[in-house]
Design a binder for this molecule. Sequence first.
Ligand code: WTA
Length: 656
Amino acid sequence: MAEGQIEAFLTEERSFAPPAHFVAHANAKPTIYDEADRDPVAWWGEQARRLTWDVEPTTTLEWTRPYAQWFSDGRLNASVNCVDRHVAAGNGERVAFHWVGDREEDYVDVTYRDLLDRVCRAANGLSSLGVKAGDRVAIYMPMIPEAIVSMLACARLGAIHSVIFGGFAAEALVDRILDSDCRYVITADGGYRRGEASALKVNVDAAMPKCPDVAAVLVVKRTGQAVEWTPHRDHWWHDVVDSQSSEHVAQSFEAEHPLYLMYTSGTTARPKGILHTTGGYLTQVATTHYYVFDVKAETDVCWTAADIGWVTGHSYIVYGPLCNGVTQVLYEGLPDSGGRDRWWRIIEKYKVSILYTAPTAIRTLMKWGDELTRLHDITSLRLLGSVGEPINPEAWMWYREHVGQNRCPVVDTWWQTETGAIMVTPLPGISVTKPGAAMRAFPGITVDVVDNDGVSVGNGEGGYLTLSAPWPAMTRGIWGDAERYVDTYWSRFDGSYFAGDGAKRDADGDLWLLGRVDDVMNISGHRLSTTEVEHALVGHEGVAEAAVVGASDDTTGQAIVAFVTLKFSVADSGDDHRSIIEDLRNHVARTISPIAKPRQIIITPDLPKTRSGKIMRRLLRDVAEHRALGDVTTLTDPAIVGVIDSLMSQHASDDE
Ligand code: WTA
């Protein structure tokens, strides 16, 4: 979001006080910030009581920067906290998930008792394949109940799950499986997208020759499509799991036992495995879910419209909501599977009360029109959340007016894979909200906005977002790369965690998130690094060099624009480059994922470089966003920027 836009909204002084019924009944009381401020560590110690511990912790925080241990002498089982204890408390008949398939005819309700039964069978099934505590298990699945059952079954056994987004291609699977040495893969034959079966196992099959240590691939039959079968390695889920006993005695693990890895893009080509552990993580996801979404387990129906392949799905579909024992919607499809009013129909049918999604989805629904929101009764909604990208004030206002019908508070929540849980957010019932602002740190969290030298900025000023005190759900590091953890997050500002985001404090001291300040792009809320896409492009035989930038885009927040120079033989082939451009876009989709497909590829004779040979991405970003070009005098060939600029305008209409 451009700064000017923020100012425009602030000068209108548009802000919304919490609605009266929230003030009266909200989970968060006005004293919450003061209580947490008095002693944040002790406050988190109190919050840990939300969990069921086999051995209560007597310690809270041990902090040796940049590594924290929370509740380290406590013992618990994550799966028991998400499932067993709700059944034991008499809530076994409560629906855990209303699962809604992509196709209208596919839906099923899974109660907490059903979930316990399924998780126990799956845990027994995984044990029969040899899975044990500490093993890494890759999960590559569509949004079906078995995906969540698999995660919880791993957690139950103390195995570390590594969920890989179903949109990733075979090579991305290879990188992630090898990096953490996953010995087991759980997948499905495929999934459905807009009624069509898409294939998943075929990507696993393509990855396996490069992953010789994978001992077993467990396959859920979802679509019934034909699949290749490798005897001894491949096993059908229904053969291995269905016949197992539904009894499984869960062991307890130390609070710092690893729970999962989530690979995310950094500023280099190689994605990093962000490690999360059990006790602190569960404490913060349960606490934030309880206060930020104001959940009442008996009556609310929560819908986090995100994929379990990303951290939002881990924290606010699986671990937070299940710890709190709520009922949720789990939806497999796209927003327009079965029609552009599908979301509103789901909300109407299941009486969804809390909706949490990304600005890209909001902008897409907005484009499809307000009328659709009025075709169905969506008055069950009482709270709306946003996550994953900066939300522009216009989308925020549309969300509030047309989805929330001016009744529902909108909470814009800032956090990251690395933070594990929500860090900056308004609290319904307490906070005034402003369109586009994430407002303030969650209780018990210390956030700062600093300048280049690490000095806190005053109100009305912008800078870099930092976190200066440890928090329970913080990552415990990058899998197998301690140095990279320190370099990436802890070396830019002395003593603080640097998130990679720009932020601003407005005149009232409230926080606005301004997007990434590094080479990480945010495409529809998906994190991708410029280097990762460049790496894929130069992996193509025709490409000599590539530079990638994220350019602002009305729907997806940012879109990928690639500038490519071709090898002499290809460049000289005489065609108009259309076929090579198409080929390159498909190559990137195949290498990384369709989400990484560049919106535009500009074939250029050269790239703008400084005399020391560094590509000046800043200039390319100016070109891609059709801005006036900055200083070009330090370039070896200043004229090249003009050449690229005219190529860009020439191609703009062709590519879009
Ligand atoms: C961005 C997603 C502005 C930010 C939970 C962050 C946001 C990155 C917001 C993390 C928000 C997330 N406002 N930007 N409310 N939420 N971001 O790891 O740039 O997939 O660093 O975690 O998304 O993306 P990740």
